[in-house]
Design a protein around this ligand. Structure first.
Ligand SMILES: *[C@@H]1O[C@H](CO)[C@@H](O)[C@H](O)[C@H]1NC(C)=O
Ligand SMILES: *[C@@H]1O[C@H](CO)[C@@H](O)[C@H](O)[C@H]1NC(C)=O
Ligand SMILES: *[C@@H]1O[C@H](CO)[C@@H](O)[C@H](O)[C@H]1NC(C)=O
Ligand SMILES: *[C@@H]1O[C@H](CO)[C@@H](O)[C@H](O)[C@H]1NC(C)=O
Length: 236
Protein backbone atom coordinates (compact mmCIF):
# COMPACT_ATOMS: atom_id res chain seq x y z
CA UNK A 1 0.00 0.00 0.00
CA UNK A 2 2.71 2.40 1.08
CA UNK A 3 4.54 1.40 -2.07
CA UNK A 4 1.57 2.33 -4.24
CA UNK A 5 1.27 5.73 -2.59
CA UNK A 6 4.92 6.34 -3.22
CA UNK A 7 4.71 5.29 -6.82
CA UNK A 8 1.71 7.54 -7.25
CA UNK A 9 3.72 10.41 -5.82
CA UNK A 10 6.65 9.62 -8.11
CA UNK A 11 4.30 9.62 -11.03
CA UNK A 12 2.79 12.89 -9.96
CA UNK A 13 6.21 14.48 -9.85
CA UNK A 14 7.18 13.14 -13.25
CA UNK A 15 3.85 14.09 -14.80
CA UNK A 16 4.02 17.60 -13.36
CA UNK A 17 7.45 17.88 -14.78
CA UNK A 18 6.21 16.88 -18.22
CA UNK A 19 3.22 19.17 -18.14
CA UNK A 20 5.17 22.20 -17.02
CA UNK A 21 7.68 21.25 -19.71
CA UNK A 22 10.42 23.39 -18.24
CA UNK A 23 12.61 23.40 -21.31
CA UNK A 24 16.27 22.64 -20.84
CA UNK A 25 15.61 20.97 -17.50
CA UNK A 26 15.12 17.46 -18.82
CA UNK A 27 18.33 16.24 -20.42
CA UNK A 28 17.93 14.34 -23.68
CA UNK A 29 20.12 11.28 -24.17
CA UNK A 30 20.59 10.05 -27.74
CA UNK A 31 21.26 6.36 -28.22
CA UNK A 32 21.35 3.80 -31.01
CA UNK A 33 19.55 0.50 -31.14
CA UNK A 34 21.62 -2.36 -29.72
CA UNK A 35 24.04 -0.13 -27.84
CA UNK A 36 24.88 -0.45 -24.13
CA UNK A 37 24.14 2.85 -22.48
CA UNK A 38 24.51 4.53 -19.11
CA UNK A 39 22.02 7.02 -17.72
CA UNK A 40 23.76 9.10 -15.04
CA UNK A 41 22.23 9.91 -11.67
CA UNK A 42 23.44 13.28 -10.39
CA UNK A 43 21.51 13.62 -7.15
CA UNK A 44 22.91 10.62 -5.24
CA UNK A 45 22.85 10.93 -1.45
CA UNK A 46 24.04 7.54 -0.17
CA UNK A 47 27.04 6.47 -2.22
CA UNK A 48 26.11 2.79 -1.82
CA UNK A 49 22.94 3.64 -3.86
CA UNK A 50 20.60 2.55 -1.02
CA UNK A 51 18.77 5.88 -1.39
CA UNK A 52 18.49 5.66 -5.20
CA UNK A 53 15.28 4.82 -7.04
CA UNK A 54 14.94 4.86 -10.82
CA UNK A 55 11.53 5.46 -12.35
CA UNK A 56 10.64 4.93 -16.00
CA UNK A 57 7.69 6.73 -17.47
CA UNK A 58 6.10 6.20 -20.87
CA UNK A 59 2.35 6.25 -20.28
CA UNK A 60 2.51 4.83 -16.79
CA UNK A 61 5.18 4.95 -14.11
CA UNK A 62 7.31 1.88 -13.62
CA UNK A 63 9.80 1.57 -10.81
CA UNK A 64 12.91 -0.05 -12.27
CA UNK A 65 15.27 0.31 -9.34
CA UNK A 66 14.21 0.43 -5.71
CA UNK A 67 16.76 1.53 -3.10
CA UNK A 68 19.62 0.53 -5.37
CA UNK A 69 18.20 -2.86 -6.37
CA UNK A 70 16.81 -3.82 -9.78
CA UNK A 71 13.16 -4.81 -9.44
CA UNK A 72 12.91 -8.18 -11.14
CA UNK A 73 9.16 -8.66 -10.88
CA UNK A 74 7.43 -6.14 -13.09
CA UNK A 75 9.79 -5.35 -15.94
CA UNK A 76 10.23 -7.31 -19.11
CA UNK A 77 13.76 -6.02 -19.32
CA UNK A 78 15.09 -6.45 -15.77
CA UNK A 79 17.77 -8.75 -17.16
CA UNK A 80 19.09 -5.93 -19.38
CA UNK A 81 19.38 -3.44 -16.52
CA UNK A 82 22.08 -2.91 -13.95
CA UNK A 83 23.01 -0.23 -11.45
CA UNK A 84 26.48 1.29 -11.82
CA UNK A 85 28.83 1.92 -8.88
CA UNK A 86 27.84 5.59 -9.05
CA UNK A 87 24.11 4.65 -9.03
CA UNK A 88 23.75 5.28 -12.76
CA UNK A 89 21.35 3.05 -14.69
CA UNK A 90 22.97 0.81 -17.31
CA UNK A 91 20.78 -0.48 -20.11
CA UNK A 92 22.19 -3.37 -22.07
CA UNK A 93 21.34 -3.62 -25.81
CA UNK A 94 18.92 -0.72 -25.90
CA UNK A 95 15.63 -1.29 -27.76
CA UNK A 96 13.22 1.16 -29.36
CA UNK A 97 10.69 0.51 -26.62
CA UNK A 98 13.22 1.60 -23.97
CA UNK A 99 12.69 5.17 -25.15
CA UNK A 100 10.95 7.39 -22.61
CA UNK A 101 11.52 9.46 -19.53
CA UNK A 102 13.78 8.16 -16.78
CA UNK A 103 14.23 9.83 -13.48
CA UNK A 104 16.54 9.22 -10.59
CA UNK A 105 15.08 9.93 -7.15
CA UNK A 106 16.44 9.79 -3.62
CA UNK A 107 14.65 8.32 -0.61
CA UNK A 108 16.58 8.08 2.64
CA UNK A 109 14.66 4.98 3.79
CA UNK A 110 11.61 2.87 2.88
CA UNK A 111 8.51 5.01 3.06
CA UNK A 112 10.46 8.24 3.43
CA UNK A 113 9.52 11.30 1.46
CA UNK A 114 11.65 12.14 -1.50
CA UNK A 115 14.65 14.29 -0.69
CA UNK A 116 16.30 16.57 -3.28
CA UNK A 117 14.83 17.12 -6.72
CA UNK A 118 14.49 14.57 -9.51
CA UNK A 119 17.21 14.06 -12.05
CA UNK A 120 15.15 13.44 -15.20
CA UNK A 121 16.52 12.21 -18.52
CA UNK A 122 14.71 11.70 -21.74
CA UNK A 123 16.02 8.70 -23.70
CA UNK A 124 15.67 8.56 -27.47
CA UNK A 125 16.67 5.57 -29.59
CA UNK A 126 17.75 5.74 -33.22
CA UNK A 127 16.81 2.61 -35.16
CA UNK A 128 16.65 1.35 -38.74
CA UNK A 129 13.84 -0.89 -39.91
CA UNK A 130 13.42 -2.50 -43.30
CA UNK A 131 10.50 -3.10 -45.65
CA UNK A 132 11.95 -6.52 -46.52
CA UNK A 133 12.98 -9.43 -44.33
CA UNK A 134 16.64 -10.39 -44.47
CA UNK A 135 15.75 -13.51 -46.50
CA UNK A 136 13.97 -11.40 -49.14
CA UNK A 137 16.99 -9.19 -49.80
CA UNK A 138 18.73 -9.83 -53.12
CA UNK A 139 19.74 -8.11 -56.35
CA UNK A 140 16.75 -6.94 -58.36
CA UNK A 141 14.55 -6.29 -55.31
CA UNK A 142 13.63 -2.81 -54.08
CA UNK A 143 14.03 -2.26 -50.36
CA UNK A 144 13.10 0.71 -48.21
CA UNK A 145 15.04 1.36 -45.01
CA UNK A 146 13.41 3.62 -42.44
CA UNK A 147 15.59 5.45 -39.97
CA UNK A 148 13.55 6.67 -37.02
CA UNK A 149 14.24 8.52 -33.83
CA UNK A 150 12.08 6.73 -31.27
CA UNK A 151 10.94 8.75 -28.31
CA UNK A 152 8.01 8.78 -25.91
CA UNK A 153 6.34 11.65 -24.14
CA UNK A 154 7.82 14.27 -26.47
CA UNK A 155 6.62 15.30 -29.89
CA UNK A 156 9.07 15.00 -32.73
CA UNK A 157 8.87 18.54 -34.06
CA UNK A 158 9.30 20.14 -30.62
CA UNK A 159 12.29 17.94 -29.83
CA UNK A 160 13.89 18.55 -33.21
CA UNK A 161 13.47 22.29 -32.91
CA UNK A 162 14.69 22.74 -29.33
CA UNK A 163 17.62 20.36 -29.76
CA UNK A 164 18.42 21.50 -33.34
CA UNK A 165 18.41 17.88 -34.59
CA UNK A 166 18.81 16.55 -38.08
CA UNK A 167 18.55 13.03 -39.47
CA UNK A 168 20.36 12.11 -42.66
CA UNK A 169 21.61 9.17 -44.70
CA UNK A 170 25.34 9.52 -45.11
CA UNK A 171 28.15 8.04 -47.18
CA UNK A 172 31.33 6.46 -45.76
CA UNK A 173 32.89 9.94 -45.68
CA UNK A 174 29.92 11.36 -43.76
CA UNK A 175 28.54 13.39 -46.68
CA UNK A 176 24.77 13.46 -47.20
CA UNK A 177 23.66 10.84 -49.73
CA UNK A 178 21.87 12.25 -52.75
CA UNK A 179 19.19 10.70 -54.94
CA UNK A 180 20.60 8.65 -57.78
CA UNK A 181 19.00 6.53 -60.49
CA UNK A 182 18.65 3.65 -57.99
CA UNK A 183 18.48 5.44 -54.62
CA UNK A 184 15.68 7.71 -53.38
CA UNK A 185 15.86 9.53 -50.08
CA UNK A 186 12.73 10.97 -48.47
CA UNK A 187 12.01 12.90 -45.29
CA UNK A 188 8.72 11.41 -44.09
CA UNK A 189 8.91 13.49 -40.94
CA UNK A 190 11.66 15.16 -38.97
CA UNK A 191 12.06 11.93 -36.97
CA UNK A 192 11.59 9.39 -39.77
CA UNK A 193 13.56 9.34 -43.02
CA UNK A 194 13.64 6.66 -45.66
CA UNK A 195 16.04 5.35 -48.26
CA UNK A 196 14.67 3.27 -51.10
CA UNK A 197 17.13 1.35 -53.20
CA UNK A 198 16.79 -0.95 -56.18
CA UNK A 199 19.43 -3.43 -55.20
CA UNK A 200 22.25 -4.03 -57.68
CA UNK A 201 24.98 -6.66 -57.47
CA UNK A 202 27.37 -4.02 -56.11
CA UNK A 203 25.02 -3.35 -53.16
CA UNK A 204 25.77 -6.79 -51.73
CA UNK A 205 27.61 -6.14 -48.42
CA UNK A 206 26.92 -2.42 -48.72
CA UNK A 207 26.47 -0.52 -45.46
CA UNK A 208 23.80 2.20 -45.28
CA UNK A 209 24.34 4.67 -42.47
CA UNK A 210 21.86 7.02 -40.87
CA UNK A 211 23.20 9.81 -38.72
CA UNK A 212 21.72 12.09 -36.08
CA UNK A 213 23.34 15.49 -35.72
CA UNK A 214 22.67 18.21 -33.19
CA UNK A 215 23.78 21.53 -34.58
CA UNK A 216 27.07 20.54 -36.22
CA UNK A 217 27.88 17.72 -33.83
CA UNK A 218 27.21 14.04 -34.61
CA UNK A 219 25.20 12.57 -31.73
CA UNK A 220 24.82 8.99 -32.85
CA UNK A 221 24.40 6.83 -35.93
CA UNK A 222 23.04 3.45 -36.94
CA UNK A 223 23.66 1.33 -40.00
CA UNK A 224 22.26 -1.62 -41.88
CA UNK A 225 24.11 -3.83 -44.34
CA UNK A 226 22.28 -5.19 -47.37
CA UNK A 227 23.67 -8.62 -48.10
CA UNK A 228 22.67 -11.85 -49.73
CA UNK A 229 24.29 -15.06 -50.89
CA UNK A 230 24.58 -16.06 -54.53
CA UNK A 231 25.11 -13.04 -56.66
CA UNK A 232 23.83 -13.17 -60.17
CA UNK A 233 20.05 -13.00 -60.59
CA UNK A 234 19.85 -13.69 -64.34
CA UNK A 235 22.57 -15.18 -66.45
CA UNK A 236 21.82 -14.59 -70.09
C1 LIG B 1 27.49 -4.63 -24.30
O1 LIG B 1 27.90 -5.23 -23.09
C2 LIG B 1 28.09 -6.65 -23.22
C3 LIG B 1 28.34 -7.25 -21.86
O2 LIG B 1 29.02 -6.37 -21.03
C4 LIG B 1 29.24 -6.92 -24.19
O3 LIG B 1 29.41 -8.31 -24.34
C5 LIG B 1 28.86 -6.31 -25.54
O4 LIG B 1 29.93 -6.44 -26.44
C6 LIG B 1 28.52 -4.83 -25.38
N1 LIG B 1 27.99 -4.37 -26.64
C7 LIG B 1 28.42 -3.27 -27.23
C8 LIG B 1 27.75 -2.91 -28.51
O5 LIG B 1 29.31 -2.58 -26.75
C1 LIG C 1 5.82 1.22 -21.35
O1 LIG C 1 6.81 0.40 -20.78
C2 LIG C 1 6.36 -0.88 -20.40
C3 LIG C 1 7.45 -1.62 -19.68
O2 LIG C 1 8.70 -1.01 -19.76
C4 LIG C 1 5.92 -1.64 -21.64
O3 LIG C 1 5.44 -2.90 -21.29
C5 LIG C 1 4.84 -0.84 -22.34
O4 LIG C 1 4.52 -1.47 -23.56
C6 LIG C 1 5.29 0.58 -22.61
N1 LIG C 1 4.18 1.36 -23.11
C7 LIG C 1 4.29 2.11 -24.18
C8 LIG C 1 3.08 2.89 -24.55
O5 LIG C 1 5.31 2.18 -24.84
C1 LIG D 1 8.18 5.75 -40.67
O1 LIG D 1 7.35 5.96 -41.77
C2 LIG D 1 6.89 4.75 -42.41
C3 LIG D 1 6.13 5.11 -43.66
O2 LIG D 1 5.14 6.04 -43.40
C4 LIG D 1 6.04 3.98 -41.41
O3 LIG D 1 5.62 2.77 -41.98
C5 LIG D 1 6.86 3.70 -40.15
O4 LIG D 1 6.05 3.08 -39.19
C6 LIG D 1 7.41 5.00 -39.58
N1 LIG D 1 8.29 4.67 -38.48
C7 LIG D 1 8.11 5.18 -37.27
C8 LIG D 1 9.01 4.68 -36.20
O5 LIG D 1 7.28 6.04 -37.01
C1 LIG E 1 14.81 12.55 -53.72
O1 LIG E 1 13.66 12.32 -54.47
C2 LIG E 1 12.45 12.33 -53.69
C3 LIG E 1 11.30 11.81 -54.56
O2 LIG E 1 11.38 12.35 -55.84
C4 LIG E 1 12.23 13.76 -53.19
O3 LIG E 1 11.04 13.83 -52.44
C5 LIG E 1 13.42 14.13 -52.32
O4 LIG E 1 13.31 15.46 -51.89
C6 LIG E 1 14.74 13.92 -53.06
N1 LIG E 1 15.79 13.99 -52.05
C7 LIG E 1 16.91 14.66 -52.21
C8 LIG E 1 17.90 14.59 -51.11
O5 LIG E 1 17.14 15.34 -53.22
Amino acid sequence: MADHTLLFLCCLIVTTLLLTGVSGFVITVFSSYGENITLPCKNVIYQDCSSTTWIYYNKTCIKLVDHGKIRKENTYRADRLSVGSDCSLNIHKVKARDAGLYTCQQFLHEGARQTVVDYPLHLTVLKISSSLKQTEIRAGRTVTLYCSLHRKTTKCDGLVRTERLRLSWVSETGADLQNTSTVTISHLSECNISLTVELQDQDNQREWRCQLTKGKKIQTSVSRVTQWTGGILNTP
